[in-house]
Design a protein around this ligand. Sequence first.
Ligand code: ZN
Length: 1022
Amino acid sequence: MTLEDFEKSLAESHEQKESEGSKDKDRSRHHRHRHHHRHRSSSRSRETRHGRDRHHEDSDRHRQKRSRRDDNGEDEESRHKRRHRHDSSHDRDRPKTEADPVASNSNESHLKRDSWMEAPSSIDIDYVQRPERRLQEQPQAKMLESDLTTKIHQREINDHLRDLRDGKVAEEIETTTAQHDVNYTFGDTGSQWRMTKLKAVYREAKNSGRKVDEVAIERFGDLRSFDDAREEEVELDRRDTYGESYVGKIKPSGELFQERKLEQGSRRSSRQEDKDIEPNVQEQGKSMEIEPPTGTTQLLDATALNRLRAKMMKAKLKGSAEATELEEQYNAAAALMANRKEGDVVVLGVMENRMLAGSSRGEVKPVENRRGRERGQVQENDDMSIEDMLREERRSRGQAGGEGMRLAERIAKDAKFDNDLEYMDDNAAKLAKRVQKSELNLKNTAISEFHKMNRVLDNCPLCHHEDTSTPPVAPVVSLATRTYLTLPTEPEISDGSSTIVPIQHRTNLLECDDDEWEEIRNFMKSLTRMYHDQGRDVIFYENAAHPDRKRHASLEVVPLPYSLGETSPAFFKEAILSADSEWTQHRKLIDTLAKSRQGLGKLAFRRTLVKEMPYFHVWFELDGGLGHVVEDSRRWPRGDLFAREILGGMLDLEPDVIKRQGKWSRSGDRRVEPFRKRWRNFHIQICTMTRPKALLLGNIDHAGKTWEALSNVAELVTTQAANRTEFIQECKAGKLDGVVVAYRTFGSFGITGQFDEELVSVLPKSMLFLAHCGAGYDQVDVHACSQRNPPIRVSNVPTAVDDATADVNMFLIIGALRNFNAGMHALREGKWRGVPAPRLGHDPEGKVLGILGMGGIGRNLKRKAEAFGMKVIYHNRRKLSEALAAGAEYVSFDELLATSDVISLNLPLNAHTRHIIGKPEFEKMKDDVVVVNTARGAVIDEAALVDALDSGKVYSAGLDVFEEEPKIHPGLTRNPNVLLVPHMGTWSVETQTSMEEWAIANVRQAVEQGTLKSIVPEQVDL
Ligand SMILES: [Zn+2]
């Protein structure tokens, strides 16, 4: 069935060629338009050839038809454009000739790929082109026209003469002076790469057996530059020999070039006589006057047919005269074959599950668990018939990577291609084996590909393994929504390098979708800024030269000194030109930077390279650089060696550093923390660019508008959970993915419970900040937050609460000193002051207030207490500066206990401060001491306090906080000397509002700048 298509299209192309061959005038016009009438019958195309109007009509109709029928319109369209561009650039680069059946086929192939019904011929692939070197040996129209000027024999061995002549006749060249100005001096900064280039010429000439001059022209563009470099080589050699002080020449004198010209001049004159002895070369594309092929009426089996086909293709590739004959033989045989309607030969196309997964045809079913969804995994669909698969195969066959390319490639790469036409006969079966598959194999291949992919995925160091909840082996330095930043394996080529990786396992970056690319570009932007801040340039490269290994795609980011950054394009160009020199059907260099400037912009890379072919691409700027299609993955340097050698050479690294390509390990990477520190401020730009989510835990009562206003920088989300179990469930289900910062209130404890290690471990990896709305954050396990990878940074509200808390503190001091509670209590019971009346209280004036924990609240309290005439002493872990202490005396803990009339607790609760005041401490206090606490209940051992109150050691207490809120120790409620307030320290509209405003400001700063306004002290150094 496939062969039928194949042969049909071959027949068409043959007719086409025939008709084209017969016209000898008006070539350029037809050359431009030839793709319009390719698929017509020959009579049709003869008609259309005669009228321009017909042409346009035709092409218009065709366009309409295509847009109507093609459900893949845009892709198809852009591919068309790409090919067209590709083709026209070839037209520019090389002699115009109609005698190029392969190229002309390729030109039109896409027009026929309207549907699977009209599958293209397998040689309709524009990857199949004869190398340019060969083309130069073709008769050239330009040469025929220029008989009156210089004639260079087409068998001229010194190919460079042709190039020398390019645009000038030889006489002109002779008269140009050998001396000329170059914009460099010997031994300057560009010298290193000119010498590299020169050595590469010698090396390649030696390896390939080609003439040095020939290679030199390829590399240097012309021989003069090459000779200049040779002069420089001599000069540098002398400087080396005679020492620094020796300077012979500063710029090239042109003497070597002069020498060459003299030599050529003498040779040329002896050769001009040969010009009439030009052999009669059969022009390609013309039908040949040969006898109709015989013996094609016999039935050939599939193998024989394949052999014939391969032979024919090879002849076409070579531009051999036999091509036409073979084609006819093949057509006839194939037609017969098709008539037998043998269904056992099918052709395997691209059967990667990933490609199929995108289709709606049901070859495979998507795996519907989370892992499957995330990775785009598929499983075999047993319901799918072979017919369906075939249809799919046909659909994809004409695309790059299809079977046509495979066969062409195999033939082309075969070592004996050049010199042994008969070789094909013996090897046709072998070479075609990939092309032919039984129905069974077709199905099995899809499945084995699927298994292979799964193996790769299971061992992938860059994948997050959801099923076992194992993070990637590579360190995650910075996580965005669809991509993340990691560090390259050691040893690094350049200090502080990094690597951008899509979270989903892609085999190359061209597989990434728009969203992923958006993030990749954001990373590229931010990294560029970061390295520039460090005074360095940066380049990016992707090595996708080994698609068969299905490795996780990554973009390597390499910072370079500015001086090297400028010359890096030259280094890469050089290296790419030296690579893959054996057989080239593609242009070696794909200048995506130029293409981006020509209008493709940021799409230059994605539109210019194709994901089905192995490639290497380096970015010198955000939008482009140089690309190269790798002809033979097996010959490409293993792993990342290609780029490492170029960069290592630029940076003068030792070979063992260049050659060693380490692996990631889980053992903890010492580079991560320093990198994160430098990266921190840039990370958030990534998040901002991808519109992060901000999660609200609890309620915002006063600053609602401020919260809403955050929606200009973040997506505001809430939790649906009513309790901790539900919340954990929600996190695990990925419903909060993309949350970068969470805002939490004291009251959200009811939903999430303690913000402990368990909770932190299930929070989305994207979450980097927690803005707690409160001064004390004992509900949050800061240590667990710091330990998580990546860490969660926590902020509190340190100063907004100071005033209100200190006010309550003062109220409690006065209330407790003056013993107001007993009287107020009696009054409500209708007993006036009560019987007996309460003890007389004490005035604050002149009393010593010992503040334990002289932070924001403590210092605020100090000012207020001094207004009441109290003398303030304090104890902290560290003594405050004079300015902060503002006259308060620093004393030891024990001294504070022993000398204070009133002890106020204003320190945060943590493991060290829990029960900091207990039985032994009470014993060290003065008799009739007053104890006040607005910090956290648990800093006092409540039971010990009750005992001390009962024993009369403590005169009275004023408490706003309790050890097990809202439960109150009964010993406190029954004691009339204790003034109790149900945690109302910040219970005021003004303070509640400013606390919320403050916490929201932390959220905003986190989103906008990647930092917190008031990070908790424990994390200041994180
Ligand atoms: Zn992976």
